[in-house]
Each structure stands twice: as structure tokens, then as C-alpha cells.
Design a protein around this ligand. Sequence first.
Ligand SMILES: Nc1ncnc2c1ncn2[C@@H]1O[C@H](COP(=O)(O)OP(=O)(O)O)[C@@H](O)[C@H]1O
Ligand SMILES: [Mg+2]
Length: 273
Amino acid sequence: MTTRPLTPQERARLEAMKRQFEQRKRMAQAFQAIRHKVAVYSGKGGVGKTTVAVNLAVALANFFNKRVGILDADIDCPNVVRAMKVEEKPTYDGTHFFPAEKWKVKVLSMGFFQQKEDEAIIWRGPMIHNALTQFLEMTQWGELDYLVVDLPPGTSDAPLTIMQTLPSLDGFIIVTTPQELAIVDALRSINMVRRLNQTVLGIVENFSGEVFGSGGGEELAKQLGLPFLGRFALRPDYRDTSKPTVLLSEAVRQEYEALVRNLQSVLAPTPTS
Ligand SMILES: Nc1ncnc2c1ncn2[C@@H]1O[C@H](COP(=O)(O)OP(=O)(O)O)[C@@H](O)[C@H]1O
Ligand SMILES: [Mg+2]
């Protein structure tokens, strides 16, 4: 067999493949000690993704004694830091980020890198992709039972990057509200997750009650043969922002304990995790 030198194009392609392989390897290493990775997602903003992600993470850590981290992947609108009331920043040793910790949950958010809280981050697609990938590779979470990922809404670069690059994500919790339009939107989100060959773990309904109605999320889950994981009533309890609401309200705590139990059964066959 004769060998000829590679053309510059071939060499470039080979280099790109090598880089991608190395990146995957680094990413896999960064996440290897995390048992379950669960992302919270919906196509629409304002439905309660961040609320669900934060309260789920805090409930797992405080009522179920799990080792938990939360990753705020919403680059444009990183609200996890505010919702968690985190004051300390992640530390950086020149190679790795070490998440901050609050309410027994390790926290990493793009919000930590913002100068002012109200400063909008307007990044172009490739930059978002790069920032997120680097962020993911460079974080040392240590051993965790759960990593909860708060995703931005829509089908933009950040959710796509997470869906495509986070290694062995267990799947997505889709948040919807009882209104009809929100249900249509939830359906779209579910289709997007499935198109990327990822798992939909189930649906939760937020803002349930007299104002917006109740049951749409469960109905959708039934129609699609998906688990219905929980229902969270619209409550004034969320107005008190001194702590995540699961730590303030017994009723909300019960709702989130039900979510955790349902999630654990969906994430079987490791029912002890
Ligand atoms: N069940 C609820 N009852 C009352 N207010 C809620 C509830 N869930 C969320 N909220 C409030 O609604 C607003 C939007 O929620 P958020 O979690 O930021 O949505 P998203 O992350 O989907 O944009 C927040 O101010 C939050 O406190
Ligand atoms: Mg949010």
C-alpha cells in the first residue's frame, strides 16, 4: 500500500476530529462522578423552569440527603444565582472551576461571571456554544448523586449544546402550565428533545389552580404515554424570596417530595439513588 502525504484539507479535518475527541474525553471526565443528570426544559420562558430546577435540587439535598449540584445553563438570563441567593463565587485554580455552595447544593451559573445582575448578556451562537462547552469541561463537581441543569427556553444554542454535549444525560423534565398554548409549546419541546435522541423523563405542571386551571400537563402526559411527575400550585408563597420556597412552605415541600419520588422511580433501575 502506498501512502501519500495528507492534503492540508485532510490534515485540518483530522485535527478537528482530534480536537473534538479530546473535548469529549475532557467532558466525560468532568462528569464521570455524577450519578444522574437531569435537565429542566420548556420552549417558553416564565413557566417556572428555574423555580422547578432550584426547588428540585434543594429538595433532593435537604430532604433526601443527596449530593446535588445545579448548573445554570441559561446564559442570557442566569437566574439561578438570584433564586438560590448565592453570594460566594465559584473558585478557579487556573484550570478548574469549583462550584459555590448554598442550601447544601453546589451551584454553577453564568450569572457568576456577569458584572452587574441586570446586564444582559448578548452572545452570538458560537460564543454561547464555546462558553458552555468550556464551562462544562472545566468544572469540578466532585461526586454527586444528582446534577440538575436549568436550561434556557427555546431551541437556541444553549439548550442544543447541552442536549448534544452533556455526556449521558438521563433526560429532560418538561415544564408546562395548564393553559392550552403552553401545552402546544410543551409538545414542541418534547419533539425537539426526541429529535436529538434524548429522553423525556416526564412532564410537570406549574401554576396549577383556580387562575389557570389544572390537569393539562397530566392530560398531555397521558396522551403521549409519558410519566406525569408533579404538579405545583400557583401560590403566594413564592413571593418570599429569602429562601428557595421548598424550605419555606410545607405545601410546596410536599409537592417537591412527590416530584423526587416520581423522578426516582423513573430513573430506576437504581432505585436507591
Ligand atoms: N407555582 C408558582 N406559584 C407562584 N409563582 C411562581 C410559581 N412558579 C414560579 N413562580 C414565579 O414565576 C416567575 C417565573 O418563574 P421562573 O422559574 O423564573 O420561570 P422560567 O425559568 O421558566 O423563565 C418567578 O418570579 C417565580 O417566582
Ligand atoms: Mg429561568
